[in-house]
Design a protein around this ligand. Structure first.
Ligand code: DQA
Length: 147
């Protein structure tokens, strides 16, 4: 894959490590970014890693991924369960989309059981903690991209 894998993180994920560690673990988002960079390098991939608390900013990044990314890994945080705007933006993409959640959203409150992202994602990884991001990169590594 020549183009970078975009890895997008939604609201409150900047607080990983401090935020409800019993659910999300103690790994910080900076740790996850470093682990993703190391894993990508092993696979000969590059990544573009972002976090935003702003729904509109995430829409803009998804639109950017449409032309600039070879694949997208997204943990949309709470917007997973609420955002038609993110769904609409993702619907236009013609690249693999892997939805990631640190926690198993299906084991939690009922409002977390529905994901707008899952309706368009290629696949879903949840409940593996930070390892889910690495598993997503491992899954993308063999994919051959045209051009
Ligand atoms: C999350 C799960 C969401 O329900 C929650 O709102 C988050 C994090 C996860 O990674 O487990 O912010 O996406």
């Amino acid at each position: 894959m020549k183009k970078p894998v975009y890895i997008l993180n939604g609201p409150n994920l900047n607080l990983l490590g401090q935020r409800e560690p019993e659910i999300y673990g103690t790994t910080t988002l900076a740790d996850i970014q470093a682990q993703c960079e190391a894993s990508a390098a092993e696979h000969g991939l590059t990544i573009t890693f972002h976090q935003s608390n702003d729904e509109g900013r995430l829409v803009t990044l998804i639109q950017e991924a449409r032309t600039k990314a070879g694949a997208l890994i997204i943990n949309a945080g709470a917007y997973t369960h609420t955002s038609v705007a993110l769904l609409d933006a993702l619907q236009v993409l013609d690249i693999p989309i892997i939805e990631v959640h640190l926690s198993n959203i299906f084991k939690r409150e009922p409002f977390r059981h529905h994901s707008y992202i899952s309706t368009v994602a290629t696949s879903l990884l949840c409940g593996f903690g930070a390892q889910g991001y690495i598993m997503a990169l491992n899954a993308l590594a063999p994919i051959r991209e045209e051009g």
